[in-house]
Design a protein around this ligand. Structure first.
Ligand code: NAP
Length: 302
């Protein structure tokens, strides 16, 4: 069997077209556009590159995008005051504080200071609680899990009654996607198992999975023989396993591998996401969707 590829790049492009059309409609009917502020502390090249990609996407969609760069030595108090300023700013629907923050900053305190109704990353305890309750309570599902669920739905994979096995229990991927897939809702209604480093027989659990979501950060962790024939395999892992020269730019780039051995797995699975080009492109897209949603909630049209 050769699996159907679920390409994050294609699904991303479809969703961005939908968001752009919505932004235009809201602008015409209500005279406003979504406002997103990205707060970047310091000059870490990785953070700059993430923030730049977010800003580029937001601007391309017609959002009002504010980039607020702060020095490395900003105090906790000043950063809290900045978050408070944007909490009170009516033109801002989403506040994004790029992580990691410098060591002297109380990261938890800063993130918890964001107004939950502007927490488009979905990491505030209030939004984690809303996600757990499910249904109409959910405002901002965290972006990577939201992207995973969207890929499964758009690929036409049946989730109702499906055995979903999630490898990994992090707060940003494993736990939220497990919680989302077990909700009594379209694109969910699954029977979910979460496995981790203390799990006794990983292979036995994975072999039962109709949908296998792997987010461990260990290249090649899931062996091809653990995959049920025809299963949907979502590989969230992004592991740098070396470097190569880009054919396009001539510059050194990282060689990325997922947590699943793609070449062998694709001969067994029914659906599979590649790495790169699978889940990766979905995260920023879902951030944009959450920011648009935030404006819609405010306008009462969500
Ligand atoms: P994390 O916080 O390090 O959590 C990894 C989880 O995997 C933990 O729960 C850990 O179990 C489990 N795990 C690790 N090694 C294992 C093993 N040998 N057997 C069984 N379970 C194991 O990682 P994360 O932030 O969730 O990220 C996971 C991967 O997804 C990384 O490669 C990351 O780069 C990638 N990622 C991609 C995106 C994207 O594409 N947009 C977004 C986020 C993350 P314990 O809890 O027992 O330690």
């Amino acid at each position: 069997m050769t699996a159907k590829l679920i390409k994050g790049t294609e699904i991303r492009d479809q969703i961005l077209v939908e968001i752009e059309a919505d932004v235009k409609k809201i602008k015409d009917e209500h005279g406003v556009v979504p406002g997103l502020v990205t707060i970047l502390v310091g000059e870490s090249p990785a953070s700059i590159s993430y923030v730049t990609a977010k800003i580029k996407t937001a601007k391309g969609l017609g959002f009002n995008e504010i980039q607020d760069n702060q020095p490395d030595d900003i105090s906790n108090e000043d950063l809290l005051a900045l978050v408070d300023k944007y909490n009170k700013d009516d033109s801002i629907n989403g506040i994004l504080v790029q992580l990691p923050l410098p060591k002297h900053i109380d990261e938890k305190k800063i993130l918890n200071a964001i107004d939950p109704d502007k927490d488009v990353d979905g990491f505030h305890p209030v939004n984690v609680g809303r996600l757990m309750i499910g249904g109409a309570e959910v405002k901002f599902p965290p972006c990577t899990p939201a992207g995973i669920q969207e890929m499964i739905i758009r690929a036409g994979v049946e989730t109702s009654g499906a055995e979903v096995v999630v490898v990994g229990r992090s707060n940003i991927v494993g736990k939220p996607i497990a919680n989302m897939m077990l909700q009594k809702a379209d694109g969910a209604n699954s029977t979910v198992t979460v496995i981790h480093t203390r799990t006794k027989d990983m292979a036995a659990h994975c072999k039962r999975a109709d949908i296998l979501i792997v987010a461990a950060g260990v290249p090649g962790l899931v062996k091809p023989e653990w995959i049920k024939p025809g299963a949907c395999v979502i590989d969230v892992g992004v592991n740098r396993v070396g470097e190569k020269i880009s054919e396009k730019t001539g510059k050194k780039i990282a060689i990325l591998k997922g947590d699943v051995d793609f070449d062998e797995a694709k001969e067994i699975a029914g659906f599979i996401t590649p790495v790169p080009g699978g889940v990766g492109p979905m995260t920023i897209t879902m951030l944009m969707k959450n920011t648009l949603k935030s404006l819609k909630f405010k306008l009462g049209i969500a």
